[in-house]
Ligand binder design. Structure first.
Ligand code: ADP
Ligand code: SF4
Ligand code: MG
Length: 432
């Protein structure tokens, strides 16, 4: 492991991502898959900037669904991003076709999560490990391929290799299979290895050994790793630098040690288990973590994507329809006379329909609109009202609409980069 300080001039990045977005079409129904354009997109990776330096272990960390695998597949160009640049060794490979990528494929390799799915059960261990040599023309003969495979197998701890070359994956334990997968990834002598949750499916008892092996191999072969994991403890053990992802975005990135010691993004703090107490003075609704699911990447929350779950959310972070309902709930709970006065005008709160950008009261008409305008006039620039764009009537219904709120951009904070308004309100894309 070599330390790579973020704030010192160092070598040129091996991988440099700028504004990378990889979205997948959501198609509905059988015919939807054949005709027309998709109606919606899963924003799996959405505007990511990263630099990965030669010789480092770079961790990509986040909950399931945050876009880690898609980011790894984009770096490997197993999927083509719809926007941004993916520079490998100074060349933008974002839109190279397969023929052009081919010579690069031996330099950038993947270690999968599931060794059972990664190994062809019909190929012997020797054939499987030697297979990439054949694809890339790196062996002079069958005997040479077998010799190279044996050498690499011994190096990853499958020894004596002679006893394993002619056996099949099914004869091996999970840990042994993953060693074989690692041997196959390294046999082409790659520069970059993307390891996607490489120990997540292994027994606890062998995880540490496989991680130690990966680190030994990294030093011995001078490898650069992109290490994908949902497990912060694993990342702490192996990574020099990390990027924390949430819903397709990097929310905090920098050297691992200071991020673990002093997380600067509320999401990182929550992942680390040090859940901050909600600060009631900042917002009308208290939020808890880890309560709440990761929202849908098809329609991420406006403003800061983390705001519906963030215990520190405040005015600029983003507001949505349900906050109007919560406002009345809180008001009425605090003041029974307000409840008496206002509930006949507002009607049952359960019937208010809410979405990320609006709350619709089914009835109430001009009287309700007047009440809402009056509440807004009392504090036009604070809390929920700072984000309300319009209050209008539609027949008897009353519609409260919200603006999006600025989307936090990465900014330098305490020797790392953090996307959170607590460190100064910024807007994503403003600098590009
Ligand atoms: N090939 C695909 N087609 C459609 N949606 C996908 C595809 N791959 C991933 N997704 C979606 O993209 C989001 C991110 O997924 P993924 O990159 O696998 O995240 P992670 O590895 O962090 O769990 C998820 O909502 C997932 O359902
Ligand atoms: S910008 Fe920061 S404080 Fe606001 S919701 Fe997002 S993470 Fe929380
Ligand atoms: Mg994944």
């Amino acid at each position: 492991m070599t330390a790579q300080a973020t704030d010192l001039p160092g070598p040129a990045a091996l991988v440099r991502l700028r504004g990378v977005s990889t979205h997948f079409p959501v198609r509905s129904g059988f015919f939807g898959s054949l005709v027309g354009s998709p109606s919606a997109w899963v924003k799996a990776v959405d505007g990511v900037d990263l630099d990965i330096y030669p010789g480092e272990v770079f961790g990509v960390v986040g909950e399931s669904g945050s876009g880690k695998t898609t980011l790894g597949r984009t770096i490997l160009r197993l999927v083509e991003p719809m926007a941004g640049s993916v520079e490998y060794d100074g060349e933008d490979i974002a839109h190279w076709n397969e023929a052009r990528l081919r010579p690069l494929r031996r330099q950038i390799q993947l270690v999968f999560q599931d060794p059972n799915a990664a190994l062809n059960p019909a190929m012997t261990i020797g054939e499987g490990v030697a297979h990439p040599l054949r694809i890339h023309g790196l062996a002079t003969s069958r005997a040479d391929a077998r010799r190279q495979a044996a050498e690499m197998l011994e190096r990853v701890g499958i020894a004596p290799a002679g006893a394993f070359l002619d056996r099949y994956p099914d004869d091996l334990s999970g840990g042994q299979k993953q060693r074989v997968v690692i041997a196959r990834a390294l046999i082409t002598r790659p520069r970059l290895v993307v390891a996607d949750e490489p120990v997540a499916m292994l027994d606890m008892s062998v995880r540490a050994m496989i991680l130690e092996l990966m680190l030994d191999l990294q030093r011995e072969f001078g490898l650069t790793y992109v290490f994908i994991t949902h497990d912060l403890a694993t990342a702490k053990f192996v990574c020099d630098r990390i990027a924390i992802m949430y819903l397709g975005k990097v929310v905090e990135t920098g050297a691992a040690a200071p991020i673990y010691a002093r997380p600067a993004h509320p999401y990182t703090t929550s992942l680390l288990g040090a859940v901050p107490r909600p600060d009631p003075s900042r917002r009308t609704r208290t939020k808890e973590l880890p309560a709440g699911e990761v929202p849908d990447a098809v329609d991420p929350p406006r403003g800061c994507r983390f705001h519906p779950r963030c215990p520190k959310a405040f005015e600029p972070c983003g507001w949505e329809g349900r906050d109007v309902r919560d406002l009345f709930e809180a008001r009425w709970a605090a003041d029974p006379t307000a409840h008496e006065r206002e509930s006949p005008i507002v009607g049952p709160l359960g019937r208010v329909s809410v979405s990320p950008d609006a709350a619709v009261f089914p009835r109430g008409g001009e009287r309700l609109r007047g009440l809402l305008e009056q509440l807004r006039a009392e504090a036009p620039d604070s809390g929920i009202w700072s984000a309300v764009r319009s209050i209008s009537t539609d027949g008897g219904a009353v519609v409260v609409r919200f603006g999006p709120g600025p989307e936090p951009a990465l900014q330098d904070v305490d020797h790392r980069q953090v996307a959170c308004h607590l460190h100064g309100v910024t807007e994503a894309g403003a600098g590009r």
